[in-house]
Design a protein around this ligand. Structure first.
Ligand SMILES: [Zn+2]
Length: 294
């Protein structure tokens, strides 16, 4: 059962790419309205989260409509999706979401503390009013059930792929392989529920390799990155203790959930992802949206 926000929740921080301060407020919104971003600094310009506005740039997700963008929304989208909140308006006063501590735990804790409610009561009211008007009912949340296997490859690099299998639950397996690094392989395999999201997935932080970080700094990016909001992967060690032995692979699942939030519904299926990132996740999201449309 999806959840609804009962009150607005505000976050302040800096964008990891821009380094600029930003205030982001998540407001409750009408059942069935989906996720909508609103740029307060652009006269309230709104961008709904749809498969057409979902893009990737600089190894992050980006929401774009015309010339207006929202950078790095993935951890907020992931927290909303993980907590089964399908409708919300995200108002921000800059072009990038705050990175906070590089995970989604601060977002989750604030949202949960704001006293979420389930949408069942509203859902029933909608059903009743619709059935009174047209003599039939609709289900506001259409969960996507995978009933056969699908193999999704992503461009030239055949190593980056998704296998989607039937399952009664939402299960995600992530296979991370860094054979050139001491990190080696990490595997995360988790049944995604509100509970597993709150207690494990949301806590896993973003990370970057030292040599890649230097290259990104050279390009004028990640002005807001620090050891407070990312795990630095050094030549032979991490900059901090990991919260879980497979925290990097679990963060990849956190990111994947943010990128499939565009479905606006839960998935009953087992997604096995290998070496994928935001670019590939968006290919997966498109594939799933097409399955959802039937
Ligand atoms: Zn991430």
């Amino acid at each position: 059962m999806s959840q609804r926000l009962n009150q607005s929740v505000t976050f302040r921080g800096v964008g990891i790419h821009s380094g600029r301060p930003v205030t982001l407020t998540i407001h409750p919104s009408k059942l069935g309205s989906g996720i909508v971003f609103e740029r307060k600094d652009k006269s309230g310009y709104q961008i709904p989260l749809t498969i057409d506005t979902l893009h990737t740039a600089n190894r992050s997700t980006i929401i774009r409509k015309g010339d207006v963008i929202i950078q790095t929304p993935e951890h907020f989208l992931s927290a909303l999706y993980g907590l089964e909140i399908r409708d919300a308006r995200l108002e921000l006063d800059s072009d990038e979401c705050p990175i906070l501590n590089g995970s989604a735990d601060g977002i989750v804790h604030k949202l949960v503390a704001s006293n979420l409610g389930d949408t069942q009561v509203i859902n029933e009211l909608v059903h009743n009013s619709i059935s009174n008007q047209v003599g039939s009912t609709i289900d506001v949340e259409h969960s996507l059930t995978i009933d056969k296997s699908h193999y999704v490859t992503c461009g030239e690099d055949k190593e980056k792929s998704f296998l989607i299998l039937p399952s009664d639950v939402c299960r995600i397996t992530y296979i991370l392989e860094y054979s050139d690094s001491f990190v080696g392989n990490q595997i995360a395999d988790i049944v995604v529920t509100k509970n597993s999201y709150e207690n494990q997935i949301c806590m896993c932080r973003t990370y970057g390799f030292e040599h890649e970080i230097l290259a990104l700094i050279d390009r004028g990016l990640i002005k807001g990155a620090s050891l407070e909001n990312a795990i630095l992967v050094k030549e032979n060690s991490f900059s901090t203790d990991l919260k879980f032995p497979n925290e990097l692979a679990l963060h990849k699942i956190l990111d994947l959930l943010g990128d499939i939030a565009v479905l606006g519904a839960s998935v009953n299926g087992h997604i096995i992802a290998r070496k994928t990132g935001h670019l590939e996740n968006i290919i997966l999201a498109k594939y799933l949206v097409n399955l959802q449309k039937g």
